[in-house]
Ligand binder design. Sequence first.
Ligand SMILES: [Zn+2]
Length: 46
Amino acid sequence: MCGGDAEDLEDVNRVYLLPEPQQLDDVERWCFSCRSQYPHEPAAPA
Ligand SMILES: [Zn+2]
């Protein structure tokens, strides 16, 4: 999970690629660095 002290956090759903693509329902807050490095989808608005 993201360290979370950056200013550009966004709500996302992490996407795991192995063993097969799987999008989690849990919303996490990721900074730009994490969003650029790890697969994810934007979280649906509450
Ligand atoms: Zn981060």
